[in-house]
Design a binder for this molecule. Sequence first.
Ligand code: MSP
Length: 495
Amino acid sequence: MAYITTPIYYANAAPHIGSAYTTLAADVFARYWRNCKKEPTFFLTGTDEHGAKIAQSAEAEEKDPQLFVDAMADYFREAWQALDIKPDGFIRTSDPAHAAVVQTVLQKLYDAGHIYEGEYSGWYCVGCEEFKTETQMGPDFTCPIHLTPLKQVSESAYLFKLSAYKEKLVHLIESDQFKVQPETRKNEVLGFLRQDELRDVAISRQNVAWGIPLPWDSSHTIYVWVDALLNYYSASVPSGPDFGGARPIFPPTLQLIGKDILRFHAVTWPALLLAAELPLPKELFVHGYFTIDGHKMSKSLGNIITPQELIDRYGVDGARYVLLASTQFGVDGDVSWEQFDSLYNHHLANNIGNVVSRVQAMAVRYLEGQITLSAIDHTLIASYMSALEMADLSRGLQLIQNKFDAINSAIEQTKPWELAKSNDSQLPGLIGGWLGDIFTVGALLAPYMPDTAEKIVGIFGTSINQINYATLDKEIVGDARTIAPTEPLFPRLSV
Ligand code: MSP
């Protein structure tokens, strides 16, 4: 089984396009596995609901923390549904079934001597829920991400012997047994592991009431990051959260995260798993962060874009497209409404939408809708599959765009409207070839734009579920089909 995860998002504010980006990327891989590879797949996402940050947000709204996170979790569920993102499980850390698994794991680690009682002092950022090391701090003890002063904390805590795993982690990451992608992020973790002193980490907090109590000392709650990281595991345990019967098989095949939470996922998480004698995830893919018009997206700057705003302007598949196409998967990028508009108009309205309706119209006008499909581009299919195997989501999309560009230029060059005038015998072959290509790229679009893909393959009287991607060529070449005109896929925006 393929098992893919996203970070669980802090349930302190409604989702924005940053959290939507990771979740959407995971949806693309999950759909690729389900539809194109026909592999049993479990896609997990959810919300991170404990800790000081959540408690403070609930308090600011004078709400009980549980009621507060209940409402927030619904916002996330609804946002993903609106974007046609289809997780197989939505986990919430305030679910008692998750809490029980977390307690069992920690008790096991404690009994085996991996956890000891001590003191922890350091500089804490509530926004990150993280003690910052010297190299992670901004000037004058500030958080470089939130630009707020760090809080000096000195308290009694239980600590996990993270320092014992330094060499082992370096080896596992270096050898790709635990694969961290892209290469730059792998090097970043290795650099950090080699240079910084790897301190034991606090796994409990003494003064944070909103959390899971430590099973052997209820005067402490479990540190929110330990609670949160274990979601990827608790989801797989039979006594864990209920997802209506289905459950993933541990360990994850692919974990997607943003670069901000790399250390937790590439150091703390695998070390906890090693101590608990559990297998490590196969691959961690770290994508970049996007800024809006050059600024960090934040409540205080008032520049937050919500997924619904994108849907209102571009439709569901349009919103998915502009988000996925605006930056290179794996690196940072800047986005803006102008850029989204331009992607929509150039790539969707003028290219994909226009090519489909042009070729459809030619088939109807010149061939009375009666065509025989030909010309399946094997190289395209193979390159697409290998791009997605390598988690290169941007390349998969680029290949599809290139194909539409190529059909467009071929139309301009061969001028079918002139061939039609002279009843040229090349015409059915040309149109059949373009339609074969359109069918192929339509099928390949399914992970990215599910509804558009259905509409395109629907022109040929089939649906995505019926397509066998392993034999895509054999399915359609030589088939006689009747083509009818349909609604335009992407009406042009007036900007
Ligand atoms: N709750 C923790 C994660 C725990 S996982 C065991 C957390 N939550 S978060 O709500 O802050 O979400 C962080 C994730 O959202 C990032 O890692 C990233 O995947 C995504 N993004 C949030 N803002 C983003 C951008 N501006 N750009 C791209 N991705 C962004 O950290």
